[in-house]
Design a protein around this ligand. Sequence first.
Ligand code: AAO
Length: 493
Amino acid sequence: YSDPHCASGRDSIVHLFEWKWTDIKAECERFLGPYGFCGVQVSPASEYAVVTNPNRPWWERYQPVSYNIISRSGNEQQFRDMVTTCNKAGVRIYVDTVFNHMTGSYSGIGTGGNHFDGGSCSFPGVPFGSQDCNGRDNCHTSDGSIHSYSDPIEVRNCRLQSMADLRLSKEYVRSKIAEYLNRLIDIGVAGIRVDAAKHMWPGDLQNIFSRLHDLRSDIFGPGKKPFVILEVIDMGGEPIKMTEYVGTGRVTNFIYGVKLADMFLRHSNQAKWLANFGEAWGMPSTYDVVVFLNNHDNQRGDGGGGDPITFWDPKPMKIATAFMLAHPYGFPRIMSSYRWNRNIQNGHDVNNWEGPPHNGDMSIKDVQVNADLSCSGDWVCEHRWREVYNMVAFRNVVAGTTLTNFHSYGDQVISFSRGSKGFIALVGDDSSLNSNINTGLPSGDYCDVISGNYENGACTGKTIHVDGSGNAHININGHSDDPVVAIHIGAKV
Ligand code: AAO
């Protein structure tokens, strides 16, 4: 469950948060395939509560009503088209799946027209009834909701934010969830993100996964298990640990992004300590984690997981992303966001519920792309920023090499090589770097893929000369917009 099944030579995924299936399909063909992305994490696909107060928040998608594929992103036919087209373009689809719980304690109608009543665990669209939710017998808080994260039984058996908590110990509930996941697998997805995995017993998850089909052999080859990303927020202070889930899939390493934010955003920690970043920092094995700078929750100040670097701070975001993609630890996920009317009052963003760019009828807006590859309107498209997509290519080129030559030149100034295939240097503060550095690369002229693109054998940015002993003169001003130099053997001029 920890193999993402990337097409050969690809090694990064992007979360296209709230995109429509038709846009993701187009993005696979026009951009993600050609630019070497492995795959896409897509927003929840199955029917969920239509929330109108506030009006269509993004988080309504985390309140399932049935497992029919119908959402604000599109219907089942559009979902199938997307999966087929993306696979043809060499790009995998990973679906965000929500099966710890159903809706909050109220009643209403789902995106597919099914009625629900979360208070009584009534979901005829599945169907689930009151016997399919946890209750007084195994959750002992006064109102049935989670209040303390220091009690693992409460975290697993009670209601997360008052949402109807599925009784995953039950055969019928397990079979309904497995049926949905198998439907996704048979359509051709490569894996899933498991929402709120921390709120489910590892044994229940293992039981459900043991029922899953192999991935489609016509696409992935025989005997392949789905890739599983388990959302477990473990910042070190609670009894539930990431390690309990390792082996059941890859876990989300939230500490990773916080550490990089300490360095590149807050400067409360120093990049020079990154020399042994990874397992030596008490983090799980590189093969057991997904790493990221921010996700859809903590980019809006929600859901634990610390105060991360996001697109709202573009310079640190580009520096830290370049580091993440150049560094071998973990399987990287890039967040692709939309802008909302951020309005922080007393430390809380009162508009953090706002859904994606939409039309008057509340349908999600198409993503429009510009000639310079960026997106227009409020779609941020971090994955289409030059510094980001060129580092996705860097990572593909250096795959299989180890980190060598790590050097620091001050608290926030570092460089390292990836064997003899790639080299990066960065300045994370207002200082500068002006040195002759051993890059580990064969002699020649290389395109700095941060300052420009490598096109038809030429470079639109800076060219870096590596001499016969592998040395290059690297000059970076920390005050510049992009205080990073990155070169690799796939972009030699
Ligand atoms: C909405 C409304 C609710 C309403 C509910 C039902 O906002 O008021 O009760 O509907 O009607 C998303 C939104 C929710 C939304 C929900 C359903 O964020 O606001 O509720 O959809 O529409 C926990 C979970 C984690 C979860 C995170 C948000 O463990 O799984 O909360 N993330 C996922 C999704 C998320 C989604 C859901 C789950 C639900 O990514 O988008 O919710 O499907 C501690 C714990 C964490 C815990 C946080 C919660 O964190 O460790 O496990 O996350 O608390 O605040 C320090 C600590 C850190 C700690 C943190 C906060 O940083 O180091 O560990 O403080 O105390």
